[in-house]
Design a protein around this ligand. Structure first.
Ligand SMILES: [Zn+2]
Length: 308
């Protein structure tokens, strides 16, 4: 039987560029986007541009357009999108309901402060307390949780005693004891879907086969794999590529304290895109398999600014 065009498209290797309009694109995330884009264009993957704009209070007005312009200025393009996550809330709500009904997720009425105080487990690498499981099996329904606290509960995914293994395309075999990461939030108390859930619902539905991102998100991958399985999407788990982050000379993730490294900043100063690309390409030649991070030095900054 002949395949429809949609079926053909969905069978294609596919990746996404997924900027979050919570801040401007800087040299560090530009490197990750460029690596993703180059891999895609070299290997013939379809590229979807997805704007991850669910983090309400942190979203900056106009940052989505700015990210799009910055990516284009650096010469990147895409085959589909932009698709805004904020337009897909129904799909996320449906997945959350399904996970609750399937017994994979439960309501949690703990405040952040309570979680911090109650945490006995070692703290996760990102400094967040590991949720101690206070509300696991505590409420018969969302209604019951709401009545107990007088407010809307968050929804957490129960990781149980699972051990999740996967092979990262850059970093090789990975193994996570999920109890050490703890039950994670899939829907916040303000009914906003959490990052982990939205990404899996989108990636699953959009036929994503390749996920390329910074290695600060490697802890997210086993959580997302558990979500794929619980949502009956185990056959759609993509390949993951976790790339080293760009850090400052103090070995901390590139941020404001290292000066203004926004792409738009250099652009407004009249630094040509070719100059920025030259630095990004130099960083791309650093073997991602061999290094945890790439250091942005004062020399790099001077190189960008030295426009004659
Ligand atoms: Zn709780």
């Amino acid at each position: 039987m002949p395949q429809t065009f949609t079926q053909l498209l969905n069978a294609m290797p596919t990746t996404r560029l997924a900027p979050s309009p919570t801040g401007a694109l800087h040299l560090g995330n530009a490197r990750t986007f460029l690596a993703n884009w180059l891999l895609a264009r070299e290997r013939g993957w379809r590229i979807i541009l997805r704007i991850e704009d669910l983090d309400g209070p942190r979203i900056k007005r106009g940052a989505d357009q700015q990210a799009i312009e910055d990516l284009q200025w650096l010469g990147m393009d895409w085959d589909e999108g932009p698709i805004y996550q904020s337009s897909r809330r129904d799909a996320y709500a449906k997945a959350v309901r399904r996970l609750i009904e399937g017994g994979f997720a439960y309501p949690c009425i703990c405040t952040r402060k309570e979680v911090d105080l109650a945490a006995s487990a070692p703290h996760a690498e990102d400094g967040a307390a590991v949720y101690p499981g206070t509300c696991r099996g505590r409420f018969a329904s969302i209604e019951a949780a709401r009545n107990a606290s007088g407010r809307e509960p968050a929804i957490r995914f129960n990781v149980g005693t699972e051990i999740v293994e996967f092979v990262d395309q850059v970093r090789g075999s990975q193994r996570f004891q999920m109890a050490r990461l703890g039950d994670f939030v899939i829907q916040k108390a303000d009914l906003t879907p959490a990052y982990q859930l939205a990404v899996v619902v989108d990636d699953g539905e959009m036929g994503m086969t390749e996920v390329v991102r910074g290695n600060d998100l490697i802890d997210s991958t086993p959580r997302q794999i558990m979500l794929y399985r619980a949502l009956g999407l185990a056959d759609r788990i993509p390949n993951y590529w976790h790339l080293p982050l760009v850090v400052g000379p103090d070995d901390r993730r590139l941020a404001k304290r290292h000066g203004d490294t926004r792409i738009s900043h250099y652009r407004e100063r009249g630094v040509p895109a070719s100059r920025v690309l030259e630095l990004l390409n130099r960083w791309l030649r650093i073997d991602s398999k061999q290094t945890e991070s790439i250091v942005f030095t004062a020399d790099d900054d001077a190189f960008l600014r030295a426009v004659d």
